[in-house]
Design a protein. Structure first.
Length: 197
């Protein structure tokens, strides 16, 4: 009887590994931010751009115990739009005025993916995210451009499922947004671009 229960459980896990998981990857804000001096004089709009050349159709893939890839894990939400909305929200928290007529911040997401690392007794979900951020002044000229990278890890997992990938990806998204909005050069570039109007 016990052998039958183990067999049924293993078959269930195998079936799960062959089924596509759809997960939402929301932005979860980090610590409170301090208002940037002069930010209230700068109006800004943020847009998200799809810039991924690989893994555009998924954010991870399940693996079996041998590390072989199985079913895809896909995001149910628009990742570039979600990240851009997060950047806009945090710029607002920094004191920038959000709206048309000022500078434009383009967030081009170039990577957003989780890879499972299989260990002897457990594994890790390791996500990485990157984006190219551009500030375009009210005059239409590029005022700033920079590449950002961040990661997130969900350690000691037992299954390579969407729920574990989701946790690592949420951390990677939060860390990426933090790297962008805490960049003093970006903060200054938005204010200077507005002044050059």
């Amino acid at each position: 009887m016990r052998l039958l229960a183990i067999l049924v459980a293993s078959l269930g896990l195998s079936a799960c590994a062959l089924t596509v998981d759809s997960i939402d990857v929301p932005y979860q804000a980090g610590a409170n931010l301090s208002v940037v001096e002069g930010a209230s004089d700068a109006k800004v709009q943020v847009s998200g751009i799809e810039g991924r050349t690989v893994y555009k159709d998924r954010v991870s893939v399940k693996k079996n115990g041998y590390g072989m890839e199985m079913a895809d894990i896909v995001a149910s939400n628009d990742i570039p739009k979600t990240i851009a909305s997060a950047v806009e929200k945090e710029l607002s928290s920094l004191g920038y005025a959000i709206g048309p007529g000022g500078s434009k911040v383009e967030v081009q997401v170039t990577r957003f993916y989780n890879d499972f690392k299989i260990g002897m007794f457990s594994g890790d979900a390791i996500a990485d995210a990157s984006a190219i951020v551009k500030v375009i002044g009210p005059d239409g000229k590029n005022a700033f451009i920079k590449h950002y990278e961040a990661g997130g890890i969900e350690e000691n997992i037992q299954l390579t499922m969407g729920s574990n990938a989701r946790q690592a990806l949420i951390k990677a998204m939060r860390n990426l947004v933090a790297a962008i909005i805490n960049d003093k050069d970006l903060q200054t570039a938005i204010i200077v671009a507005q002044a050059a109007k």
